[in-house]
Design a protein around this ligand. Structure first.
Ligand code: JHZ
Length: 392
């Protein structure tokens, strides 16, 4: 593993702090990112035990944005039409944004964060509040194999995926397909989106790396879609190699060529990215300095896990950002980890209350700009750090 990016000491990205604990010391870990030239995997070097991150208090809910709801709805519609699955499993079903588009009798969710699993259980969707494992796979699919296994923004969170793929191989019917969706390394690098790296994102995948992983488990990619979600993701359609029901589409090789052309197989590409990240930090801090010298009021929008990386890497705190707005009940009235900036219940933006807004949820820029068009008309501005720090 060759290190290329040091994002400093970081707290756990989704460990929002309660007011009563604000003075307590938070556990921090070194966030360093490396590239493995043998298998092309890009991963963080120090990992945190999964139980410390994904437990009964997990605060992130997929349904919190209209963009994600629509993305899951459209995908479910397409999967039903094209693949006609009779039995579907979602690994990492979160608050049900995907499974709720299926008939309750045809889908099961797997969600180890008990507070989230409870949401879909209450809606009568069969949900296993457990980590996906070979044992669970056997329990669910002993008598009936899955025609479709879907997993979004989950594989990148799992350190040892050997067990995971063994469990998938077992659960999948011979004609069945696995659809994985995770942030694209290519888009992350193009966007200068270093905030895709935090404790939960153990990997940010490229196609060239994922292909090698899948190969070990007799699985192969037969189709790819580039999606706009989470700042640019890839949706991989995967099958068993023995499954001749689907042909490998040309776009798989096209994606691989695109990634190689960009240099995702070369360490020098990552070193260049690291230089860009250092410059990004300087530019962002300069922007804040200039705006604060004019006594402008800045708040944050979307207390994301990604924001944790940016704020702690750049050393931005409550002196620069008064507070963040977020719609998620689990985050409101708490404080962002490390930076200790307060999170308030979302209120429509108005120039009467705030001058400039730091886009923590930059990946939902379009949705947010639409929602805040009055503020924009009033002359309100936004700060973003992707692809380069600037005021919008
Ligand atoms: P969002 C999380 O990352 C964590 P985060 C996780 N590790 C992962 O991989 C991705 O999700 C998928 C709020 N919001 O999606 C809601 C508003 O307040 O960028 C969320 O708190 N108003 C599992 O946290 C946050 O912003 C709005 O209008 O980086 C968005 O978080 C909108 C659109 C969002 O993921």
């Amino acid at each position: 593993m060759k290190k290329f990016l040091d994002l400093g000491l970081q707290p756990l990205a989704n460990s929002y702090i309660k007011k009563k604990s604000i003075k307590l010391n938070e556990k921090k870990f070194k966030l360093v990112v490396g590239f493995n030239p043998k298998n092309y995997l890009v991963s963080i070097l120090n990992t945190v035990p999964k139980e410390k991150m994904f437990n009964k208090d997990y605060p992130y809910k997929s349904s919190e944005s209209k963009t994600m709801q629509k993305s899951f709805r459209d995908l479910a519609k397409k999967l039903k039409k094209v693949y006609e699955p009779k039995f579907v499993i979602e690994i990492g079903s979160n608050d049900g944004a995907f499974i709720k588009n299926f008939n309750r009798h045809t889908v099961v969710g797997v969600e180890p964060c008990k507070n989230l699993a409870r949401i879909t259980q209450k809606q009568n969707y069969k949900t296993y509040a457990e980590y996906w494992s070979p044992k669970l796979s056997q329990k669910i699919t002993k008598n009936k194999k899955a025609d479709l296994i879907y997993s979004a923004n989950t594989l990148s969170h799992i350190k040892n995926f050997n067990e995971i793929f063994k469990a998938i191989e077992y659960a999948l019917s011979n004609k069945g397909i696995l659809v994985l969706e995770d942030p694209s390394l290519l888009e992350c690098l193009k966007n200068g989106a270093y905030d895709q790296f935090y404790c939960e994102h153990i990997y940010v995948f490229s196609t060239i790396a994922l292909e090698k992983v899948l190969n070990k488990f007799n699985l192969e990619i037969f189709d790819i879609e580039n999606t706009n979600t989470h700042g640019g993701s890839n949706r991989y359609f995967i099958k068993k190699k023995s499954n001749n029901f689907y042909k490998i589409k040309n776009n798989v090789n096209k994606e691989i060529d695109k990634e190689k052309k960009f240099g995702l197989h070369k360490y020098s590409t990552y070193k260049k990215f690291s230089t860009r990240v250092k410059e990004s930090k300087k530019k962002l801090l300069n922007i804040f300095k200039k705006l604060k010298s004019k006594k402008l009021k800045i708040i944050g929008y979307g207390a994301t896990a990604k924001s944790c990386t940016v704020l702690n890497f750049c050393g931005i705190g409550p002196k620069s950002i008064d507070y963040f707005y977020d719609t998620t009940s689990f985050k409101i009235n708490k404080y962002l980890p490390g930076s200790k900036i307060e999170i308030k219940k979302y209120k429509k933006l108005s120039i009467k209350d705030v001058d400039i807004v730091f886009l923590g949820a930059w990946n939902f820029k379009e949705e947010i700009f639409k929602k805040e068009r009055t503020f924009i008309k009033q002359g309100g501005k936004f700060i973003t750090h992707v692809p380069y720090p600037k005021v919008l």
